[in-house]
Design a protein around this ligand. Structure first.
Ligand code: FE2
Ligand code: FE2
Length: 331
């Protein structure tokens, strides 16, 4: 079994030689499952062939709200490109009306038209930034500022030539130098557009800074980076990893989680923990079925969003990882 089955959904239960179920039908395979099955000597499993969008659901806006957001941002990008930043208020109005009030739905992430990627991505980052700011306990003003900053974080890309922005090969040093300026250009455009709120400009300027100092444009470290920028950085990375790009297919949310975990030095651990809680489909008290056939209740989301802490009906308390992974909700 190769790594290509990671993220695929089991089409039928996996059984051991005695017929006992090792993993239930419907389980979304993760590396831990693959390792577990290898230890059990299982070399073949049946997975659904083409269901990449149905495997993991993440919060997103409904189509109409998403389209309104993209239209508002297209206007903002267009006016900034023409150096007439005064029309930025369209995007800000959208941020206030929709992102700050709409209830997110659980759906697969979208497949965005390639040329409009930045617009769709920005709406998605705005939504995740808002959810993250709420989960981190920011006050109402902080949530609104982080949401708007998430929405506008890549505004400076309107000054990066389109052929550089949409290049499907590695950027040369000069092109890379242009891309690295987009946080400063974005903050600058917002300032010229009359955007009041020092914290929003700071978040836009700092959204590519990394906790270990590996980011840009200033190479800030740790708490030198404002909390809003640390939140938008995680929302930004997650959206990029889970979106389709021409040069690679999108990754599943579960794979994005693991990728962010591997790059933990880049991101604020508290923000990552808040993000895992948001991403977890399980809530305290949910009745769930485990892969070994037992039932239980979720005590709390785990360190990994897909492995909550569970108390089984016979009184065992454990993190629901293979071979006891949660495979569904109980009636
Ligand atoms: Fe960016
Ligand atoms: Fe971005």
């Amino acid at each position: 079994m190769g790594p290509e089955i990671e993220g695929r959904r089991l089409a039928e239960p996996v059984r051991d030689a005695g017929g006992s179920v090792l993993l239930a039908e419907g389980t979304v395979l993760r590396q831990v499952h693959v390792d577990f099955l290898a230890r059990q000597g299982v070399s073949r499993v049946a997975v659904h062939q083409a269901d990449p969008d149905g495997m993991q659901l993440v919060p997103t806006l409904d189509d109409l709200e998403h389209r309104r957001g993209v239209a508002a941002l297209a206007e903002a990008f267009g006016t900034c490109r023409a150096r007439r930043e005064t029309l930025l208020h369209q995007a800000l109005q959208f941020g206030r009306e929709v992102l700050c009030h709409a209830g997110p739905q659980r759906r697969p992430p979208g497949r965005f038209p390639f040329r409009e990627y930045t617009l769709h991505h920005s709406v998605e980052v705005g939504l995740w930034s808002r959810l993250l700011a709420q989960e981190l306990g920011l006050d109402e003003a902080g949530v609104e500022e982080t949401t708007l900053a998430g929405l506008l974080h890549d505004l400076g890309k309107c000054r990066v030539p389109s052929e550089v922005l949409h290049k499907d090969r590695q950027l040369d040093p000069e092109e890379w130098q242009l891309v690295r300026q987009h946080p400063s250009w974005g903050a600058d455009a917002c300032r010229k557009g009359g955007l009041r709120g020092r914290r929003i400009l700071q978040v836009i300027l700092q959204h590519h800074e990394r906790m270990d100092g590996a980011g840009y444009p200033l190479g800030l470290k740790g708490e030198e980076i404002c909390l809003g920028a640390r939140a938008v950085a995680v929302a930004d990375a997650f959206s990029a990893i889970t979106s389709y790009r021409d040069y690679r297919g999108r990754k599943l949310p579960v794979q994005a989680v693991e990728e962010l975990q591997r790059e933990e030095g880049h991101y604020d651990p508290e923000v990552l923990a808040a993000f895992w809680r948001l991403l977890s489909p399980y809530r305290e008290g949910d009745a769930v079925c485990l892969a070994d056939g037992s039932r239980g209740r979720v005590l709390r989301p785990g360190e990994n969003p897909y492995e909550p802490w569970v108390e089984t009906s016979d009184g065992r308390r454990m993190r629901a990882a293979a071979p006891f992974a949660v495979v569904g909700w109980a009636a």
